[in-house]
Ligand binder design. Structure first.
Ligand SMILES: Cc1cc2nc3c(=O)[nH]c(=O)nc-3n(C[C@H](O)[C@H](O)[C@H](O)COP(=O)(O)OP(=O)(O)OC[C@H]3O[C@@H](n4cnc5c(N)ncnc54)[C@H](O)[C@@H]3O)c2cc1C
Length: 291
């Protein structure tokens, strides 16, 4: 199965920026995924994965490699006792929905994280005191050399970080949950969503938090707000007027616009607070964020 050539990544990122992927493959099963990984090795091509692109900045001049988007069997969700078994391309929202139907709690924290389980593992995504590391039993990680199941410890999950590297594909996950009444889950999700709506931009094109929280009494958002950056705009990208640790695609933004905002934010945080802000968003392609 041959991947498609020159597919614009702007369609595959929530910010809506990014040039073409040299190759884009949509494997629908484990054998298809393994075949594509072998194809990439034969063509000496680097492999990347895009989930929902909700934590991703892709280079404007594109990505020279094979970008995979998991589909079919690799994006399904099933329930087995107190375990959710999901493909790496399955949306968190679908997992949460299935968990609620089955009366399984513990994944409510993911209600406002608009990604896939694979992206969640890669990022150890989390919110409101919960994170993937707490519910993940194991993840099936596939490379051109084969597949194996890894535990959270083996995946090196820490704050918004895993030790996974490009070329390692999270094809499947098992989330171990616990019995909870569907109504309670529904109420908690509604309360978390209301909190989210009050504090963050929810109907804009963004990629979630730009920077990790620094080792400082101020969060990244509060620090950038104090630096006067709310609403600050470069080209088509602007720092959210609602929450300064979000960048919005206000009007035809490019990745370069977003990067220029990030560089300015880093400069001001360093100047005013001596803080070294590290980006949480993942880069795809040749992207250079000035120090
Ligand atoms: C409005 C909004 C709110 C958000 N709120 C939160 C929040 O509260 N907490 C939080 O942690 N994040 C948040 N995010 C960021 C983002 O949703 C999470 O990081 C999410 O886990 C990313 O998942 P994704 O599938 O979109 O991954 P992508 O953005 O597509 O990719 C992120 C990284 O994971 C890798 N990856 C993706 N899938 C796989 C796979 N199957 N195998 C191997 N690697 C893979 C990619 O290569 C990339 O390096 C938010 C984003 C938005 C837009």
């Amino acid at each position: 199965m041959k991947p498609e050539e020159n597919v614009p990544l702007a369609k595959h990122t929530t910010l809506g920026t990014g040039g073409p992927a040299r190759w884009l493959g949509r494997p629908e099963s484990l054998p298809e995924l393994e075949e594509m990984l072998r194809w990439a090795r034969e063509h000496e091509t680097q492999v990347y994965v895009v989930g929902l692109g909700s934590n991703m900045l892709a280079a404007d001049d594109g990505v020279d490699g094979l970008v995979l988007r998991l589909a079919g069997d690799l994006a399904t969700v099933g329930v087995d006792g107190d375990t959710i078994r999901a493909g790496g391309g399955a949306a968190n929202a679908v997992c949460l929905h299935r968990a609620r139907e089955a009366g399984l709690g513990g994944f409510e924290f993911a209600c406002a994280i608009p990604g896939t389980t694979g992206g969640g593992v890669w990022m150890n995504a989390g919110a409101y005191g919960g994170e993937f590391a707490q519910v993940l039993e194991k993840a099936r990680v596939v490379t051109a050399d084969g597949a194996g199941w890894l535990t959270p410890t083996e995946l090196g999950l820490t704050y918004r970080h895993s030790s996974l590297r490009h070329g390692q594909v999270v094809a499947e996950v098992e989330l171990r949950l616990r019995p909870r009444a569907p109504q309670e889950i529904k109420e908690e999700v509604a309360a978390l969503n209301a909190r989210r709506k009050e504090a963050q931009p929810t109907n804009k094109r963004t990629f979630g938090s730009v920077f990790k929280n620094p080792d400082h009494e101020l969060t990244a958002g509060r620090m950038l707000e104090a630096c006067g950056l709310r609403g600050f705009r470069i080209g088509g990208a602007q720092i959210s007027p609602k929450h300064a640790n979000f960048i919005e695609n206000a009007d035809g933004a490019t990745t370069a616009d977003a990067l220029a905002l990030m560089a300015e934010a880093r400069r001001r945080a360093r100047e005013q607070y001596g803080a070294d802000l590290r980006h949480e968003v993942e880069f795809l392609g040749a992207i250079d964020l000035p120090e």
